[in-house]
Design a protein around this ligand. Structure first.
Ligand SMILES: Nc1ncnc2c1ncn2[C@@H]1O[C@H](COP(=O)(O)OP(=O)(O)OP(=O)(O)O)[C@@H](O)[C@H]1O
Length: 247
């Protein structure tokens, strides 16, 4: 289980005469189980990606604790192999000088896996809907949807227990978005992974998430099961809902 308890985060800002700290996240609490997709929904600047960076341990909270299976996520050894991430910007996520093969196998380089076989690579490619021939391609030869599939293959290569998906479909066109959402759903059940799905797109969240955390100004307004979405209580969540068109 991924667990966040009483987390605050602020950043330094440089004022005219002195430094201040600007609070970005206030008293965040959440839990996500394996096999579950938890959406973090909120408008631009509300702190979603900041929370995402804390969840994968690349930044630390000012206070509070983030654990995975009871172990502190800030400890690299504890999170290694457990948490992967797929970002919005699939193009800059892949080193342009890396072949698809090298990009997908990159997270496995720490593992003593001389035995990383062509078979594993081909399986990963097939699982994300790409033919094994793609391993010889370079990022500039891929469409946006194909590049994001490569990023997803890289994310699942270590068989993580959780994947952070930070606006992972936002740069794709609508039909490709739906294909990627369906792919993510399939992989989630195959690998029994948990997803944290960060988005400002309530429609996409309603399609893939089991629960949603509605986020505003760095604070949780409400957490609700997707099936109960019509019963949201907070006025902000109600406003968001007015824009929802069911798939
Ligand atoms: N490293 C940083 N130093 C200072 N301020 C930061 C830093 N990272 C983020 N911020 C500020 O924190 C606020 C929240 O940013 P964040 O990217 O987390 O929001 P978001 O909800 O993910 O927005 P978007 O949907 O546009 O990506 C913004 O005002 C941003 O300028």
């Amino acid at each position: 289980m991924l667990k966040v308890e009483n987390v605050d985060k602020s950043y330094k800002t440089h004022g005219f005469l002195k430094q201040h700290r600007r609070k970005i996240l206030t008293n965040i609490n959440l839990e996500c189980q394996r096999g579950e997709c938890l959406g973090i929904i909120g408008e631009s600047g509300s702190g979603k990606s900041t929370l995402g960076r804390l969840l994968i341990g690349i930044e630390q909270p000012d206070c509070g604790v983030i654990t995975i299976h009871g172990k502190q996520i800030r400890d690299r050894k504890q999170r290694k192999g457990h948490v992967s991430v797929v970002f919005q910007d699939y193009r800059s996520s892949i080193n342009p000088f890396y072949s698809v093969e090298k990009a997908i196998l990159e997270p496995l380089r720490d593992y003593k896996m001389k035995e990383i076989s062509d078979e594993l690579l081909d399986r990963l490619l097939l699982q994300v809907g790409l033919s094994p021939d793609y391993k010889y391609k370079y990022p500039y030869e891929l469409s946006g949807g194909e590049a994001q599939r490569v990023c997803i293959a890289r994310a699942i290569a270590t068989e993580p227990t959780f994947i952070l998906l930070d606006e992972a479909i936002s740069s794709l066109d609508v039909s490709v978005q739906l294909q990627i959402l369906d792919l993510l759903k399939t992989l989630k059940s195959e690998y029994n992974m948990g997803y944290i799905f960060i988005t400002h797109d309530l429609q996409a969240a309603a399609y893939i998430c089991d629960r949603m955390m509605i986020f505003k100004d760095g604070q949780v307004q409400e957490t609700i099961a997707t099936k109960n979405l019509p019963n949201v209580q907070s006025s902000y969540a109600r406003k968001l809902l007015q824009n929802l068109i069911t798939f």
